[in-house]
Ligand binder design. Sequence first.
Ligand code: SF4
Ligand code: SF4
Length: 508
Amino acid sequence: MADVTAPALREFPVAPRLQPGSMAGSMPFVASGKVQEALGFPVEMPADWHDRAIAHLGEMLGKYRSLRVYLDACVHCGACTDKCHFYLGTADPKNMPVARQDLMRGVYRRHFTLAGKLFPKLVGARELTRELLDDWYRYFHQCTECRRCSVYCPYGIDTAEITMAGREVLDAVGYGAKYSNEIIGKVHRIGNNLGLPGPALANTLEGLEEDVKEETGVDVRFPLDEKGAEVLLVTPSADFFAEPHVDSLIGYAKVFHQAGIRWTLSSHASEAGNFGLFIGNYEQLRKIALRIREAALDLGVKRIVVGECGHAWRVAYSYWNTLAGIGAGADDPFARQLQSQLDPNYRQPMHICELTWDLVQRGALTLDPEANDHRVVTFHDSCNVARASRMGDTPGGQFEIPRALVRAVANKYVEMRPGTTHEATFCCGGGGGLLTDELIDLRVKGALPRMEALREVVDRDGVNFMATICAICKAQFTKVLPYYGFDRALVGGVHQLVSTAIRLGAKQ
Ligand code: SF4
Ligand code: SF4
């Protein structure tokens, strides 16, 4: 463990006493010229960075009306101030959502409003100095783009959009973050965030087939690049071998096996994650999404299913249609070809929880929930699923379907307290492109509100398994749980529970 001290867990969590500047030293490593170049961004900050930054901000204000509305609408009512896990965990006032927005709002007023040009001091207008740009870099990388603050804002102002716009401007002036940009480069070059090439992936999947055979005696397949399969499964690359992620992949494979669905993974699109979202860059977002369309067309699949990954599901659910023609919306020849190829019942992307829950409801799986009786389970809603997407056909499906599935495969289930779940869920503290070691102090502190809610159900109900459907949540919790005195094995996937409960072989 890194030499980082977690804040004390409190019985009655309240907003902390301000500690100005407490996180001024926290920032991700800056991307090298090589990393920047691979994405088409400037390799270093040019002499005219200021003018370029203002011009780029102006471009975005023209493209995204929402950004201008968010920058104009805030009345500084303060309702959002104590809603951010990073403010609650660090006490740095610049981590209050409104203060984070104001880093950009002042510059917007100075350059894009009449009042700001004429009476800058009166309206809080500020010049974009190098010092302020550094604060953008620091504090737009202390936001996981989780959108919790926007739930409480009477005007629905979405700080995550402002963070994304800030990062987009930073990239445009050669001031990108190494972690996210390096990962995006790997997806373009190799196909996944981990940089796992096709042959290594094939070996890994063969190894999993052997493991499952040894454990269950059943030939459960993990197919790769199989043309003519019905389902293309796109899943976070962490599922291929990291613990506990791989246990969910085994769960998906058992579900497909037992339901008799012919499925495949793709070496070309071996990543569901899309870090283009985190850096707010439409071109990168689209380029990554297009790999999935290319794979789907090449393999001739009839439907596309997304594994347990929060932000990937947001991108699939909310943007794939216009980005890549998966779902209604796009109108280029490839999009039309894909639409005619997909099963008319499954033209939209489907979440793996939807697929499994549908099979459970139709009685297509034999489940033995007693197999999970050694577990007392709670469910952590992941931000991008909870607040930026839906699931199934009814409002709230993104909350109810995973819970229904957990209850179908485990007998002992409890909720964490209201105000920390569903749309009010607290971020794990590692999303939005912050899951990097140099930010471990921030990540540990940002996990505080979730850890406090978890501590209650561990002490009161004996919870020993927190299920989640996000690869970043799994990776983040695995890392930070020990800082709060919990066992890292306390976190796992919903399909890890499915994997334990599902009975393989002929249906009884
Ligand atoms: S989006 Fe999330 S991380 Fe960002 S300011 Fe709002 S609550 Fe904090
Ligand atoms: S809740 Fe909304 S209007 Fe109020 S301070 Fe926060 S962002 Fe501004």
